[in-house]
Design a protein around this ligand. Structure first.
Ligand code: APR
Length: 255
C-alpha cells in the first residue's frame, strides 16, 4: 500500500542532518496488531466483537457480570494462540536489539506479540492478557488458558478472586512514572497504530514536544492528535514501521 505523508501544522523535517537521536520512546496501539488478525477497538459503530468496550472493560462491569467479562477475556486470550507477530512487531524488536541509546516501547496492547517478536525494553501500560491478578493477596502471575469465575490464585490458592491483569477504564495505567521520565528525556517520540482517543497515552506526544523531542506518527489515518506530530505517515504499520526502522538505523548518528 503506498505511503502518504501528512505534514503537521508544526512541520519540520524529522531527520534533519545533524539531528542527534539518542533516546527514543515508542507508543503502540491496537493498529500494530491488526495485520496479525487482532481486532482494533474503535470501528465505525464503536462496537468491538459484539460488545461495547465499557460493558466489558470497567471494574463496574466486572462486579456486575464477572462471567461475561471473564468470557470476553478468555476468548481474547484463546485468540492469542492463533496469531503471530507481524513485520511491524519484528522490526521494533530489531530496533530494540540494535539501538545503542535509550529505548522504551510502551504498548497499550494487552496481547503478547511484542515480546513474542523479541522486544525486551517494553512496558504494557494497560496490562497483559497472559497475566492474572489475585484480589485477595495482590499477586500477579502468568496465566495461560481460560480463567473463568472460579480460577484459583497460583500464589495464595484462593478461588474466585482472580481477575484478568488488564487496566480497565477508570483505573490507573501501569508504570506511569517510568514512562513519564522516559518521555521527558527522549529525543524522538513515535506513535504507531493508535487512534489517540484514550488518555493518558494520547497526551504523551504533547509532553514529548514540550520537552523538546521530535514526534512521528504512523497510522492508517491521522490520529486525533496528529497535529502535535512533526510528521504523520499514513499507511499500514507492516509497511511503514520496517521502512522507518531501516531509515533510522542507516541514517541516524548512533548514541
Ligand atoms: N496499521 C496502522 N494503523 C492501523 C492499522 C494498520 N494495519 N489498522 C488500524 N490502524 C489504526 C486505526 O486507524 C486506528 O486509528 O489503529 C488505530 C487503532 O485505534 P483504536 O482501535 O482506538 O485502538 P487504541 O488506540 O490502541 O486504543 C487505545 O483504548 O479501549 C482502550 O485500553 C484500550 O488500549 C486500548 C485503548
Amino acid at each position: 500500500m503506498p505511503m502518504r505523508i501528512v505534514p503537521s501544522l508544526i512541520a519540520q523535517p524529522l531527520y534533519a542532518s545533524g539531528m542527534d537521536i539518542r533516546n527514543i520512546v515508542i507508543l503502540t496501539g491496537a493498529g500494530i496488531s491488526a495485520e496479525s488478525g487482532l481486532a482494533t477497538f474503535r470501528g465505525p459503530d464503536g462496537l468491538w466483537e459484539g460488545h461495547r468496550v465499557e460493558d466489558v472493560a470497567t471494574p463496574e462491569a466486572f462486579r456486575r457480570d464477572p462471567a461475561l467479562v471473564h468470557a470476553f477475556y478468555d476468548a481474547r486470550r484463546a485468540k492469542l494462540g492463533t496469531v503471530e507477530p507481524n513485520a511491524a512487531h519484528q522490526a521494533l524488536a530489531r530496533l530494540d536489539s540494535e539501538w545503542p541509546g535509550e529505548l522504551l516501547l510502551v504498548t497499550q496492547n494487552v496481547d503478547d506479540l511484542h515480546e513474542r517478536a523479541g522486544s525486551k525494553r517494553l512496558i504494557h501500560m494497560h496490562g497483559e492478557l497472559t497475566k492474572g491478578w489475585c484480589l485477595r493477596c495482590d499477586e500477579r502471575f502468568r496465566w495461560i488458558g481460560p480463567m473463568g469465575e472460579g480460577a484459583a490464585c497460583s500464589s495464595c490458592g484462593a478461588a474466585g478472586m482472580v481477575r484478568p491483569d488488564i487496566v480497565w477504564f477508570g483505573e490507573m495505567p501501569y508504570e506511569m512514572e517510568r514512562i513519564d521520565e522516559a518521555i521527558r528525556g527522549c529525543d524522538l517520540f513515535v506513535s504507531i497504530g493508535t487512534s489517540g482517543a484514550v488518555y493518558p497515552a494520547a497526551g504523551f506526544v504533547q509532553t514529548a514536544r514540550y520537552c523538546g523531542a521530535r514526534a512521528l506518527e504512523m497510522n492508517l489515518e491521522p490520529s486525533l492528535g496528529s497535529t502535535m506530530f512533526n510528521e504523520s505517515r499514513i499507511g499500514r504499520a507492516g509497511d511503514l514501521v520496517p521502512q522507518w526502522i531501516d531509515e533510522l538505523l542507516s541514517s541516524s548518528p548512533r548514541a
